[in-house]
Design a protein around this ligand. Structure first.
Ligand code: HSE
Length: 305
């Protein structure tokens, strides 16, 4: 049997309210991917196992092949197994973990010597937007700004900021799936100048508040007019879940990525109440829900022993 490697990649929460397609944060919840050269086949266990098996590891192989193609090499055959711990199609970046894992494994096993910049460009190019891929690869809170065509990974600018020690994240994960494509299909082709200005100020405020540890500003910084109001039609109870989080003491709350999960940032003392309040609000709308309590992750994708 050939060489193998295990790659760990964190869940991520994109947008954080106002930072549509440009802010994302890594969470301390990791998928584990095992790669074995000289073998073949795909196996999956854990969260979303059936869907992952039906899908055959498509995104992992896309990442794997893209890294070799970047070096003009044919990708060797590889066996892949995923230990899936991140709920799938819930706005917690499980697709990004697959792409990033394929890229990182190829980079290591193929001695391809791609740097973070190249890995991120490839990952964002496959995913279509960089806000999950960047924190999945780099860890922390990552600000990204794309090139002229932000759907390509080219010309991407980014900075990863370390998370503080005292913030917790509660994810309320409803019992239904929502694809990013569906959640993007309800967005308008254009937005008003006022709404654009509303979001630009808040996205900038979020990063400034993060850096200055001004947690009192997070609530306002996470308000959004560019995507959450439209996506409310696809996530029953969204407005009430957001309100209930804040009423229970969360610093701020937002739809996680394209949804349907909702995340709240909170201090430790409020985390239990916030988690309970968010899930009750979903249940009140007839949607079963589980809460994941975690923290922002400093560590992006890494190779495990
Ligand atoms: N920012 C994307 C969206 C999701 O809200 O559609 C994650 O890439």
């Amino acid at each position: 049997m050939g060489k193998g490697v295990r790659v760990m990649v964190p869940a991520t929460t994109a947008n954080l309210g106002a930072g549509f397609d440009c802010l994302g944060m890594a969470l301390n919840l990791y998928n584990a991917f095992d790669f074995q050269l000289g073998t073949g086949g795909f196996d999956a266990a854990g969260e979303g196992e059936e869907n992952l098996l039906a899908n055959g590891g498509r995104l992992i192989y896309r990442g794997w092949e893209a890294a070799y193609a970047y070096r003009d090499q044919a990708a060797p055959s590889v066996g892949i197994r995923i230990d899936s711990r991140i709920p799938i199609s819930r706005g917690l970046g499980s697709s990004a973990t697959a792409i990033v894992a394929g890229l990182c494994a190829a980079n290591y096993l193929g001695n391809l010597a791609l740097d973070d910049n190249e890995l991120l460009s490839l990952a964002a190019g496959i995913e279509g937007h960089p806000d999950n891929a960047a924190p999945a690869l780099l860890g922390g809170l990552v600000v990204t700004a794309g090139g002229d065509d932000h759907h390509q990974g080219q010309g991407l600018h980014y900075i990863a900021l370390d998370p503080p020690d005292n913030l917790q994240v509660v994810a309320a994960v409803p019992a239904f799936e929502l694809s990013t494509a569906r959640a993007r299909s309800v967005l308008p082709k254009s937005v008003s100048y006022n709404d654009a200005v509303f979001n630009v100020g808040r996205a900038a405020l979020f990063v400034a508040a993060w850096t200055a540890e001004r947690w009192d500003l997070l609530g306002q910084a996470m308000e959004d007019r560019l995507h959450q109001p439209m996506r409310g039609a696809l996530v029953p109870g969204l407005a009430q879940v957001l309100e209930s989080a804040k009423a229970a003491g969360a610093l701020g709350a937002a739809l996680s990525g394209a949804g349907p999960s909702v995340i709240a940032l909170t201090l430790e003392d409020q985390a239990a109440a916030v988690s309970e309040a968010m899930c009750s609000a979903f249940r009140h709308h007839g949607i079963d829900c589980k809460a994941i309590r975690t923290t922002p992750a400093r560590q992006g994708a890494y190779l495990a022993d």
